[in-house]
Design a protein around this ligand. Structure first.
Ligand SMILES: [Zn+2]
Length: 178
């Protein structure tokens, strides 16, 4: 995917931005990304057809994660301050990458666990038991008395590997925005 399309074309980025900034964050970030210059909360509110308070809430939430940054300027005549906002798409890419790498670590741990520990269960599926417990019951289910057999966790491991690969592909897509 070309960078020119913008990070908000990635479903993962859409989901992430909404999760961080709330319901108006997606339109807000998409608008600012296309704009390529600083803008005010009023302008954003008008363009994405939201209330200014809703846009301010979204901006504050995005600011908290370092995605939205503002510049404060003082009007010499009125003495009032005005704020212009800027969206850091690179920061979005960084945060998503961090989050996804953490998820990969979790999945790898889970996979190692599945690979290293064999569990035993009966045909009725009363419950999984580790080897020591199954041996203690002489490989008879403590609930129903049927034979305990080692459970086949190959499918589980395959699913985990598939998820890890999927995240790897997503990280590749995100990389160009870093
Ligand atoms: Zn059983």
């Amino acid at each position: 995917m070309a960078q020119s399309k913008g990070i908000m074309h990635l479903p993962l980025a859409q989901e992430f931005v909404q999760q961080v900034g709330g319901e108006f964050a997606f339109d807000l970030v998409k608008y600012c990304e296309r704009l390529k210059r600083d803008t005010t909360d009023e302008e954003i509110a008008k363009k994405v057809k939201a209330k200014i308070t809703e846009i301010r809430t979204a901006l504050n939430r995005l600011h908290y994660r370092g995605i939205a940054c503002y510049q404060k300027t003082r009007n010499q005549k009125t003495g009032w301050y005005s704020y212009t906002w800027n969206i850091k798409t690179k920061r979005i890419a960084e945060l998503i990458t961090e989050q996804q790498l953490e998820e990969v670590l979790k999945l790898e741990k889970k996979r190692d666990f599945e690979q290293n520990y064999v569990f035993f269960n009966c045909k009725k599926g009363c419950g999984n038991h580790p080897f020591e417990i199954a041996a203690e019951y002489q490989f008879r289910c403590p609930e129903c008395g049927k034979t305990l057999e080692s459970t086949n966790n190959e499918k589980k491991i395959r699913d985990i590997n598939r998820n890890i690969k999927k995240i790897g592909n997503q990280l590749e897509e995100i990389k160009i925005f870093l």
